[in-house]
Design a protein around this ligand. Structure first.
Ligand code: PA5
Length: 435
């Protein structure tokens, strides 16, 4: 069946550097698992793959079935950790052109995202698109007060009520928020919306395996039981304190060693467009968790071979302050062969017995050699194939590495105090009354 693997043999990291850091990992592991480190009240995600609410999971599946039955489109309203994880999985596990396929060739309705920006153009254009479609909405906000999703929800709720009337509109609105508090919870209770709870001890960017991520995923036809199965196996494998048996901790350590050597930028690389949104989710996870107290690797990403034709030059020959982490998918879901051509004007007949995936693999191998030769450390994560099980596992792999890495570098990986800065100024400029 295969497993996710991690390899740092192209990173110039020496064995003794790893050995020296082992005690730190052990301390970080202990703090995290006992809930005694900074932000220890937000570690509910560690046991979540086993400790989830089984009845709620059944309700999620039931709601997903209803949305699939009565909607042409689902609008997922949320920002940051409230939508990036589900989007990553939906794009990794479905057809590359999911929204454009005829309805009978895909498992769920179209999926659109709102409330993740404040562009007036975007929301108006989205409303244009919805005119001829039957829609449902899933509003996701743990705090229930975040401005971007709140604005999108207010506008789309009005739109729905005008179109369907209040009763039918309320039936098509699904809320995912804190169980007890926040404006969205109050609204859900008042309007009797179907609602799901985000556990209090799980923060936004660690919440993808709760209803936050699982409902939109299930609507798109993803097997969420398999996602949780992968996460469960990850929970066991990546809880081993012995770093030689724990690739998630190896990744955390390797990043930390490279950061200590002045590698302040990490590029998450993929060779598979299905993974572009996973990189967005990963950037938020690591950026918001580690970037504080004057510290933090800048998490960036590049999609190869596309970006080899844009920033490839800089990676190969530019300032040596970055390292790459490549997620390589070993088996594509589909492949296609190159046929010989009588005239061979494009000069591609030398590839005539090869498949596109084979060529992609050679691009990966060639790039790895070139970038390593250029002095760029490379960490490699290999995923057997893009299936639910491995996505569940990969998500947990990164979450665990992020939390452990945060503790090694001495920050609280579960808060985000810096995000308040822009909000304070914006509210002041908007004349918001602060009670
Ligand atoms: O990781 C986090 O906590 C944040 O990125 C939040 O997910 C994001 O700010 C959205 O917050 P909320 O779900 O409260 O609307």
């Amino acid at each position: 069946m295969g497993n996710i693997t991690f390899n740092y043999s192209n990173s110039f990291i020496k064995c003794h550097q790893v050995e020296n850091m082992k005690p730190l990992i052990e301390v970080a592991h202990g703090l995290l698992h006992r809930g005694e480190g900074p932000g220890g009240d937000f570690t509910g995600w560690i046991d979540l793959p086993r400790n989830y609410d089984k009845q709620e999971l059944e309700r999620i599946k039931e709601s997903a079935n209803n949305i699939q039955r009565d909607s042409d489109a689902l609008i997922v309203i949320g920002i940051g950790g409230s939508y990036m994880g589900s989007r990553a999985c939906i794009e990794a596990l479905n057809h590359s052109f999911y929204n454009h396929l005829p309805r009978d060739r895909r498992r769920g309705p179209n999926i659109y995202y709102a409330g993740n920006n404040m562009s007036s153009d975007y929301i108006c254009n989205l409303m244009d698109l919805l005119e001829d479609l039957d829609i449902s909405i899933n509003v996701i906000s743990k705090s229930g007060t975040t401005t971007e999703p709140a604005i999108a929800f207010r506008l789309l709720r009005k739109y729905m009520e005008n179109r369907y009337g209040k009763r039918e509109s309320n039936r098509r609105i699904y809320i995912t928020t804190d169980r007890h508090k926040g404006g969205l919870r109050t609204l859900a209770d008042r309007e009797d919306y179907i609602s799901f709870a985000i556990p209090g001890d799980i923060g936004g960017r660690y919440s993808v395996l709760t209803a936050v991520g699982l409902l939109p995923m299930a609507v798109s036809g993803i097997d969420i039981d398999r996602i949780l199965e992968g996460a469960r196996d990850a929970m066991d494998e990546y809880s081993r304190i012995n770093i030689d048996e724990n690739i998630s901790y190896q990744y955390a350590l390797a990043r930390n060693i490279l950061y200590g050597q002045g590698r302040y930028i990490e590029l998450l690389i993929n060779y598979e467009p299905h993974l572009n949104s996973l990189a967005e989710w990963w950037r938020q996870l690591f950026g918001e968790s580690e970037g504080k107290d004057g510290k933090g690797i800048y998490p960036s990403s590049a999609n190869f071979t596309t970006d080899l034709h844009s920033i490839g030059q800089l990676i190969q020959d530019g300032r040596r302050n970055l390292f790459e982490t490549t997620i390589y998918v070993e088996n594509p879901r589909r492949d296609i062969g190159i046929e010989a051509d009588d005239f061979d004007i494009d000069g591609l007949n030398y590839l005539s017995d090869k498949t596109v995936d084979f060529i992609n693999r050679k691009a990966f191998e060639g790039t790895l050699m070139a970038h390593t030769k250029g002095g760029v450390p490379n960490l490699i994560i290999k995923v057997p194939r893009l299936e639910e099980y491995y996505m569940g596992k990969l998500i947990y792999f990164f979450q665990k590495a992020c939390a452990i890495g945060g503790y090694i570098s001495g920050v609280n990986p579960f808060d985000q105090p810096g995000v308040e800065g822009y909000k304070r100024n914006m509210f002041k400029l908007l004349g918001k009354f602060e009670s």
